[in-house]
Design a protein around this ligand. Structure first.
Ligand SMILES: [Zn+2]
Length: 231
């Protein structure tokens, strides 16, 4: 069971940690607000640490600014770009590189003279990475569910995560390259289940639940955090 508390209309997950010495407030890669604190903290100590409302408001504003800036990037150094649920910092690199955009360590490296093309470069990079990831997880899920899609497409669709045509072709949104693996897994299972049930009937959701009993949590998280998964 997960403990949560509400501060200024925001729900925070309480995460006690035995190795922790200080309290820390943040927002994780799936968009969940959390308060991590030393396990040995008493109720009173926690309350004291959290009661300063102005201070908490400042912290919330700061983490939201940092995290939600993924909504409108201007491709400046220091901006954050998500990949597979994790944030990476943008840095510029020397212009003589063959690859205008690369992921190295904790950063995306973009050639300075490629800044005007950054959106398209990220799109291609994300699409390629998503194909690679899908190639890894699809064999397991097609076998488990017992379906075989005719074609898998990755397209830069912004209004939906995935779709399934009556010809057994499945299209995934490039934006899925940005979401945490468990959310990508949910969309994959959802679309594959459509090869058996071409609707959102009770039978369809029962099928999804058979493979992912916690699908509702994943679906809600994806819905709630949709605006974060942009580049
Ligand atoms: Zn559907």
């Amino acid at each position: 069971m997960i403990n949560t508390i509400k501060i200024n209309e925001k729900e925070f997950e309480m995460r006690p940690n035995t190795r922790r010495k200080r309290i820390s407030v943040g927002i994780d890669s799936t968009g969940i607000y959390y308060i991590a604190y030393p396990s040995q903290f008493t109720h009173k100590m926690l309350n004291n640490a959290l009661k300063n409302e102005t201070h908490m408001n400042k912290i919330i504003a700061r983490i939201e600014k940092n995290f939600l800036q993924t909504e409108k990037h201007s491709y400046k150094e220091g901006e954050t770009f998500l990949f597979s649920g994790f944030p990476y910092t943008l840095k510029y690199k020397k212009d003589d590189s063959i690859h205008p955009l690369e992921l190295i360590g904790n950063s995306f490296f973009l050639s300075k003279n490629a800044i005007p093309l950054a959106y398209d470069l990220f799109e291609k990079w994300y699409a390629r990475s998503l194909y690679a990831e899908l190639n890894k997880i699809l064999p397991y899920w097609t076998k488990t569910i017992g379906v075989q899609p005719l074609r898998i497409n990755v397209k830069n669709v912004k209004t939906m995560w995935g779709s399934c045509s009556c010809k057994n072709n499945i299209t995934f949104s490039t934006r899925l390259a940005l979401v945490p693996p468990e959310l990508l897994e949910y969309v994959v299972v959802h679309e594959l289940c459509h090869l058996k049930e071409m609707n959102h009937s009770q039978e369809f959701w029962a099928k999804v639940a058979e493979y992912l009993p916690d699908y509702k949590i994943r679906r809600n998280t994806l819905k709630k955090n949709a605006s974060l998964y942009r580049w």
